[in-house]
Design a binder for this molecule. Structure first.
Ligand SMILES: Nc1ncnc2c1ncn2[C@@H]1O[C@H](COP(=O)(O)OP(=O)(O)O)[C@@H](O)[C@H]1O
Ligand SMILES: N[C@@H](CCC(=O)OP(=O)(O)O)C(=O)O
Length: 381
């Protein structure tokens, strides 16, 4: 089976969710683990049971599961969630295996096979790598397995971290052209303010205006969840801006949600669907470097959607390789675009300000290419 053709979502309300053929479901640490740092086996089993309901009616499911770091705390007698990178890496290295063992056993009870994919940003920004990730997910789905994705926390450094699985789930939904993203947390809906302070549940968010008066707080369970509601709403926005609706409710209410009942908060899709790479680039947390360009290059690249040529570049900052993502910065310091560089930061300084014809003549035909091809670039702002 291949990735479904890109088309606008047919899911325009929560009631349509039962028609979804392909879903990304994300579950947070706070729903899967206990405060003392162990896996809540009962919660994990309830989740698998709910996902099996979906799968048996023909919906393909890709699960993005947090919980590795939280699950590693108790076995390593770490007590609280470590703040340092090495501590998180160690906890995740222990917890991820435990988590997957539970998933494999529980899906196995239904005759289903769980598959683990651990990703870093690198795997999703480089074309060769995201094609690999996509191919692997597609093959697993076509074989009836359940791809279970997490960030590769055991080796992820600050530079290559997604940072939060809400975002990873949103980007995955975009990558595999999912019909919707389902975010399962420990709160049953988005409220107009942190639920601990009271507040009203919001059944539908149909645009940024609907979010204007909403107060988004951090994680309610200090030490377990990471991003709180900020990252969940951010993930929903990544999806809705790319034409994919999103749904937020609690893991406890997943069975009701999958049965078509009205629970949680539905985020209506707005933007048109875009290709996977343009969404990755737009929502990338981090780029390796920047190229500063002159005003003429800004109007060519942004206004006329041309490729970026060496002639318009005035400075090159940071260390990057050819095929790394870089920001394109105007003379006023504003980032106007982002794209995949065709040259490294070592090569660019001697190319800046020169025409491709002159470069090709002096350095060979390989240098007759733009610095960022228009197809490899997203315009920002
Ligand atoms: N406006 C809001 N509506 C709902 N929940 C909110 C809001 N602001 C903050 N929260 C908190 O966000 C928490 C969910 O985030 P988090 O703990 O990071 O979950 P997860 O581990 O599922 O990713 C909820 O438990 C809730 O206390
Ligand atoms: N990748 C990390 C989880 C990161 C994360 O976003 O956590 P959460 O906010 O609970 O979804 C882990 O498995 O512990």
């Amino acid at each position: 089976m291949s990735t479904p053709r890109l088309r606008d979502s047919f899911i325009t309300s929560q009631a349509d969710l039962v028609k979804a053929r392909r879903l990304v479901v994300k579950i947070g640490s706070s729903s899967l683990t206990t405060l003392d740092g162990g896996i809540s086996v009962a919660a994990l089993e309830r989740l698998v049971d709910a996902l099996q309901t979906l799968r048996t009616r023909g919906t393909q499911v890709v699960l993005v599961s947090s919980g590795a770091i939280a699950a590693g705390l108790a076995p390593l007698t770490m007590g609280v969630r470590p703040q340092d990178l090495a501590g998180k890496q160690a906890a995740a290295a222990v917890g991820q295996g435990l988590l997957m063992a539970h998933y494999s056993r529980t899906f196995g009870q239904y005759g289903a096979v769980a598959a683990q994919l651990l990703l870093t940003v690198e795997d999703l920004i480089r074309r060769s790598q995201y094609t690999n990730a996509l191919r692997s997910i597609e093959r697993l789905l076509s074989m009836g397995a359940v791809p279970i994705i997490n960030e590769n926390d055991a080796v992820a450094t600050h530079e290559i971290r997604f940072g939060d699985n809400d975002r990873l789930a949103a980007l995955t939904a975009n990558l595999i052209h999912a019909d919707a993203l389902i975010l399962l947390s420990d709160v049953d809906a988005l409220y107009d303010g942190p639920p601990a302070e009271g507040g009203t549940a919001l059944p539908v968010i149909d645009g940024p205006e609907a979010l204007a008066a909403v107060r988004l707080g951090g994680s309610g369970k200090a030490g377990l969840g990471t991003g709180g509601m900020v990252t969940k709403v951010g993930a929903a926005e990544i999806c809705t801006n790319n034409g994919i609706p999103a749904m937020l409710t609690s893991a406890d209410r997943a069975p009701e949600l999958f049965a078509g009942e009205a629970v949680g908060t539905f985020f209506t899709a707005r933007g048109r669907r875009r290709g996977a790479r343009s969404a990755w680039l737009t929502h990338l947390a981090h780029t390796e470097g920047r190229v500063v360009v002159d005003a003429g290059a800004v109007s060519a690249v942004v206004g006329r959607r041309r490729s970026l040529l060496p002639a318009g570049i005035t400075a090159c900052e940071g260390v990057f390789e050819a095929s790394d993502p870089v920001d394109v910065v105007g003379p006023d310091g504003v980032v106007v675009a982002r794209g995949i560089a065709s040259y490294s930061s070592q090569e660019l300084p001697r190319m800046m300000g020169r025409t491709t014809a002159a470069l090709a003549e002096e350095m060979g035909p390989d240098y007759d290419r733009p610095v960022i091809h228009t197809d490899d670039m997203v315009r920002l702002g």
